[in-house]
Design a protein around this ligand. Structure first.
Ligand code: GDP
Ligand code: IMO
Ligand code: MG
Length: 442
């Protein structure tokens, strides 16, 4: 069977930890979208691993797959694999031949376009990893796929077609100097080398048939989403989004498994007990604007270590947003919820949740379709009494009933409002600070 892990908010909900927690019985862990814009944290044996491309399960000897829906920067991939090997691990990672490759010119274009957009406040605050430009080339049918890297002649043909266009775009439209990132010879040398390494290490696969065969043979497969529902290019806060589909539909097209296979499994929405945001755009529940709110944001940021895994940027912080979660639960048909960071809110006198929105006197219980309208929404808050700091690992050993009463009331409210049962609760970064209420693989 499959279990799909989907971010319910704006990324960084703790998906890496949930994959690690629930993925124990899985044989294979597959990423289905995104690239090295992701930063997933796994804490294992007292060590912290920050993974951008290597699927979180590969830390624990699962086969890791980067599905066809991913965009893969081979430079980052090999660097990450080499670093993990230096730390004594031996991850088995295979890459879909249909996945698209990120080239140096995609990264350059990401930076240039963000700069240009910033004049009109339209920049998304991207991670600068070239994600958008690579998906643009995929949709524009001029991308270079991992399978193309394996054949130097095909790679040369593709580069000779696309690179002069990119060079002209940068020089003639944006008026900046192109440089090495736009040099066919240099690109061919570097990327055919990656192709050779991928081939020699037997790292490429047809992801769809590989996964289908493993499932037919009785293996359990975990599908690991990156980013989150409100960053989804279709269902998120466009244009302040990423360029792929983190929602559960993305798990089908991004792996080659059919929707019936994915839908027969479980789909777990990962929720942070408040909101964090690394990019730009509106955020109705954001804690800012007056001293009291700024102080709360600062408290949560420090308690929760809310600094970007990939970029190190301080994350914006807000209260939990139920209309956002109702939208996410519907878009992906969550069958379970993993709510993290319950410990981070401990010690506050009260905890607020946007139960609904008020927009020009109209009451909304889910997100409006345009981001401009979303920015005009005023949260209608529900206030919960705070809960104390406790020994979270000890509580986790005892189970859900050992959590402070007010924290249980908060979690029960979220689950009942969404009509989705609680699968797991996170009260700290490690497995030992997690409570599994209902294991999706069992
Ligand atoms: P991801 O991108 O969704 O995998 O999340 P990140 O790894 O970017 O950010 C989540 C951060 O919170 C990481 O540093 C995790 O180790 C940490 N974390 C995960 N769950 C919890 C939790 O329940 N409590 C606390 N305090 N930290 C957590
Ligand atoms: P994980 O998987 C949080 C945000 C960026 C920016 C927008 C587009 O760790 O949850 P991109 O580089 O993808 O073109 O940036 O999306 N973003 C993330 N925010 N967590 C992530 O990944 C993110 N990946 C992208 O900040 O607003
Ligand atoms: Mg992250």
């Amino acid at each position: 069977m499959t279990v799909t892990i989907v971010g319910a908010q704006l990324g960084d909900e703790g998906k890496g930890g949930v994959v690690d927690l629930l993925g124990e019985p899985a044989d294979v862990v597959a990423r289905y979208q995104g690239g090295d814009n992701a930063g997933h944290t796994v804490v294992h044996g007292g060590e912290e691993y920050k993974l951008s491309l290597v699927p979180s399960g590969a830390i624990r000897d699962k086969v890791g797959i980067l599905g066809n829906g991913c965009v893969v920067n081979p430079r980052t991939l090999f660097e990450e694999l080499d670093t993990l090997r230096e730390r004594g691990l031996d991850p088995d990672v295979r890459v879909a031949e249909r996945a698209h490759a990120i080239l140096p010119y995609h990264r350059r274009l990401d930076g240039i376009e963000e700069e240009v957009k910033s004049d009109d406040d339209l920049e998304a605050g991207t991670t600068g990893r070239g994600i958008g430009p690579t998906y643009e080339d995929k949709a524009g049918r001029r991308g270079i796929r991992v399978g193309d890297l394996l054949d130097p002649a095909v790679l040369r043909d593709r580069l000779e077609y696309v690179v002069p266009q990119k060079r002209a775009l940068v020089e003639d439209v944006f008026g900046v100097e192109a440089g090495e990132a736009f040099d066919v010879e240099a690109l061919h040398e570097e990327y055919s080398d990656y192709g050779r390494r991928l081939r020699e290490e037997g790292m490429t696969v047809d992801a769809g048939s590989f996964l289908a065969d493993r499932i037919a043979a009785g293996d359990d497969v975990l599908l690991e989403g990156a980013q989150g529902t409100s960053l989804d290019i279709d269902h998120g806060i466009y244009p302040y989004v990423t360029s792929s589909n983190p929602t559960a539909g993305g798990a089908c097209v991004g792996t080659g498994l059919g929707p019936t296979t994915v839908g027969q499994g479980e789909i777990i929405g990962v929720v942070k007990a408040y909101l964090s945001r690394v990019g730009t755009g509106p955020l109705p529940t954001e804690l800012r604007g007056d001293d009291e709110r700024e102080r709360l944001a600062e408290y949560i940021r420090e308690e929760g270590g809310e600094y970007g895994t990939v970029t190190g940027r301080p994350r914006r912080v807000g209260w939990l947003d139920m209309p956002m979660l109702r939208h996410a639960a519907r878009a992906s048909d969550f069958t379970g919820l993993a709510v993290n960071h319950v410990d981070v809110l401990a010690g506050l006198d009260e905890v607020n949740v946007a139960h609904a929105y008020d927009r020009d006197g109209e009451r909304l219980t889910t997100m409006p379709t345009t981001t401009e309208a979303w920015g005009e929404c005023d949260p209608i808050y529900r206030t919960f009494e705070g809960w104390p700091e406790i020994d979270w690992a000890a509580a986790a050993r005892e189970g859900f009933d050992a959590l402070p009463e007010n924290a249980r009331a908060y979690l029960t409210y979220v689950s009942e409002e969404l009509d989705v049962p609680l699968t797991a609760v996170g009260v700290g970064p490690g497995r030992a600070e997690s409570i599994v209420l209902d294991h999706p693989f069992e």
